[in-house]
Write a protein that binds this ligand. Structure first.
Ligand code: PLP
Length: 387
């Protein structure tokens, strides 16, 4: 019995010389030490060992390094969702009395976290329009500790000039943080532009297969170390099994993004030439208000396209209901093309004035263009526009 117990405990049947091609999943909550000296070395930060998977896990850590490389950052951390990354980061960096300046055109979850939850803990919020973000100095006050923004912005794909915001923040020792989810690091790398921290909903393009919820933060070791302390306490780290799936998704990021970029461009150009639609929003189109900026700070324009089909919410709903290849679903960044109506999802419950502030109309349709044959997508859009 003793021999069998030992084998089960220590996995002694495993050939330690096996060198796997793919990343092993360390499906363990805890790690074995040889002696007290090793535990002391870990506690003193003098060792590369792992102690407990809520603090860190080799599978998760390997994928974190890949994300850091992709963003050109010193280091990165994975979380159980994009919102876990956002909440953990802001809780780590802010305290009662601090102010966070936040783009008013921002992911809904981020907006509610900053506008509704954080004020209960004394963290103040100041919201800024895209035009105000173009003059960042005027937004930064004596209690501002962080600036949180997004580019391109959902659903209009307006873009924000990243480098001047990063520079204004750095001059005042304010932490600048960008949600880079819509672009992906293939299309946009904010760290070399001077931003302190890059956040991702890894659920979207980084994973790319619409089957794992995850988030990430990338930046300097000094900032990420502060966030790591909060992640240990809040327990928002990503599970190793999910991290493995993210690592697999990242292997094809470049080829997927090239196809997302070219498919979305093909769809946007086709839609723009169709008299049945009112307006097409895609930063890759010269007609987009931020085309020149996007061309300057992005390598590709991404897979998102927003279309105003005109004719009010009724026409948008009829178009939506008729789609066959493109699926009616929230979220974005996966293999399958998805369609959502901003008035029913990201801008649900907004007044006409709030819609106008976000640049959103009731007849807008948001498309996340996937990896299908672009002709299949165009034919689907064509038949849906007959409504
Ligand atoms: C989806 C999304 C988030 C939130 O990420 P989750 O993984 O759903 O928690 C944040 N920002 C943007 C731009 C998103 O699209």
């Amino acid at each position: 019995m003793r021999a069998a117990t030992e084998m089960i405990h220590r996995g002694e049947g495993v050939n330690r010389d096996a060198d796997p091609l793919t990343l092993p999943i360390y499906e363990t909550t805890t790690f074995v030490f040889e002696n007290a000296e090793q535990v002391k070395a870990y506690n003193a930060g003098r060792s590369q060992r792992f102690l407990y998977s809520r603090y860190g896990n080799p599978t998760t850590a390997a994928v974190e390094q890949t994300i850091a490389r992709l963003e050109g950052a010193e280091t990165a951390m994975l979380f159980s969702s994009g919102m876990a990354a956002t909440a953990t980061t802001l809780l780590a960096l802010l305290k009662s009395g601090d102010e966070v300046v936040c783009s008013s055109a921002i992911y809904g979850g981020t907006l509610h976290l900053i506008a509704d939850l954080f004020p209960r803990y004394g963290i103040k919020a100041r919201f800024a329009t895209v035009d105000e973000l173009a003059r960042p100095e005027a937004l930064l006050g004596s209690s501002t500790r962080a600036v949180w923004f997004e580019s391109p912005i959902n659903p209009t794909l307006r873009c924000v000039d990243i480098a001047p915001i990063a520079a204004a923040c750095r001059a005042r020792q304010i932490v600048s943080i960008i949600d880079n989810t819509f672009a992906s690091p293939f299309n946009q790398r904010p760290i070399p532009l001077g931003v302190d921290l890059v956040m991702h909903s890894v659920t979207k393009y980084l994973n790319g297969h619409s089957d794992v919820t995850a988030g990430a933060i990338a930046g300097s070791a000094a900032l990420v170390e502060q966030i790591d302390k909060a992640r240990r306490l809040l327990g928002t780290i990503l599970d190793p099994h999910a991290a493995y799936a993210i690592g697999r998704g990242l292997k094809t990021l470049a080829v997927r993004m090239e196809r997302h970029n070219s498919n979305a461009m093909a769809v946007a150009r086709w839609l723009e030439n169709d008299p049945r639609v009112l307006q097409v929003y895609d930063p890759g189109l010269p007609s987009h208000p931020d085309h020149a900026l996007a061309a300057r700070q992005m390598r590709g324009f991404g897979g998102m396209v927003c279309v105003d089909v005109g004719g009010g919410q009724d026409r948008a709903e009829r178009f939506f209901d008729r789609l066959q290849v493109i699926k009616r679903a929230a979220s974005l960044g996966g293999v399958e093309s998805l369609c959502s109506l901003p008035v029913l999802t990201s801008q649900w419950g907004h007044s006409d004035a709030q819609l106008a502030d976000a640049g959103v109309t009731r007849s807008m349709v948001r498309l996340s263009i996937g990896l299908e044959d672009p002709q299949d997508l165009i034919e689907d859009l064509d038949q849906a526009l007959k409504s």
